[in-house]
Ligand binder design. Sequence first.
Ligand code: KIV
Ligand code: ZN
Length: 521
Amino acid sequence: MTEEHSVTIFDTTLRDGEQAPGISLDVKEKLEIAEQLARLGVDVVEAGFPVTSQGDFDAVREIATSVGTQAGAPVIAALARCHPDDVVRAADSLKPADRRRIHVFLSTSEIHRNAMLRGASEDQIIEQAVDGVRRALEFTDDVEFSPQDATRTDVGFLMRIVDAVVEAGATTVNIPDTVGYAIPHDFGALIADVVAQVGAGVAVSVHCHNDLGLAVANSLEAVRNGASQVEVAVNGLGERAGNCSLEEVVMALATRSDLLRRPTRLNTPEIARTSRLVSTLTGYPVQFNKAVVGRNAFAHESGIHQHGILQDRLTYEIMRAEDIGAVGAQIVLGKHSGKHAFAQQLHIMGYELASEEVGRAFTRFKAMADRKTEITDADLEAIVADEVYAPEQEAFELLSLQVSGGTATAPTATVRVRRVEDDTIVDEAAIGDGMVDAVGGAIHRAVGIDGRLVSFNVAAVTPGIDALGDVTVQLSVDGQQFTGRGVSTDIVEASARAFLNALNKSVRLRRPVGAVAEPTP
Ligand code: KIV
Ligand code: ZN
């Protein structure tokens, strides 16, 4: 198999993935994910859509600066509409990266043109697309064009616009199944036609949404028909039902290389960790039975299966857990471990932290080690995510929490919170239907923000009675959703941290009420 047969993995977790409801990553969190994507070895990181907000611009700029300049760095891409200002903004944000791609898009289907582009004619759309590509080429020679809603676009028109953007100099033509409408054999035939149309020298990419649960199947069929790039998101995140899942498509290409014969360049043992990091920072849990990265993906429950696995694991396993780095929780440290061993372990796990960050994480580790005898790599990841990735300066800090009552008497929670801005201490209490409800009420009162609880999720980081509880909440504040997460051996404390985390995010990231709607693709 030769190198040119590799499929280019274009990761859009930080752009399309972040468009999933309730996900609001800040610059630091996006940078952590981009660094991990680079370790995983993706070819292209789509870091954001810079014209939509200053935060998105800053994140792309930061990723271009620190990830995009490392040896062997991925190409850093930014999304732009075919508007001159969008393209300039994308180009500015990408400037520091060694290899940069501007990804311009424009809707082509009749329904999109009528509803979203004031009934623009096919000729007007082609003119605007060509202008967008030419403008982008002024800043980089790596330009991707996407005809949005391609799979509901008249095929004759789709081929005309593909011809026009290739003629204008686009180096990648992406065919998005924007609404997840495609069916594999049909999509494969379309991709074969596009591949024949563009000829050698232009990459054909696909970007499949999962509305019918077919995103991975459609992407594989596209690869079989000559697509050289697939656009993916970690854990399948993205608009609505999400995007083609990185881990599923990559492991399908690896596991069925006998049929597909199209490898990727990914360092697959980094997959499990990437999935956990994205889940942690987005607050989107991974379903237990999710293919490849779900908790049960390598678990065998029935006696017959267990017997088979003990004889020969190939009886019921088509991949090895080691291939994706899911080797089970490794006990790495305990309560007697010192700071040096702690820092060393973080280094082995691939974290490059400043000494002040190691110090913060170590304090949290010590507190945890008093309550939990064996600390695993998954526990350490949770600590780092909670302590280190948190922004340095949040609006509110939890100083103490007390709960009382139970089944016989009404649960009451008392919290002490520091308002960082003016260093004031606020004490508040609330009664609730249960402990967690009481804690949520007290925290809301203390910070003075009205938030409606949309969802509450609790999971254990590792097995065992002393496991860390990992709580994720989604709160709606002024109609915008914010995800918060907290970990602790005590579920009530983890819940308090999660509530405060979401409310702090709402202070940091909330758009002013009545702000102009962002242009989402
Ligand atoms: O789904 C879509 O069409 C997109 C494009 C911007 C590629 O996300
Ligand atoms: Zn999309």
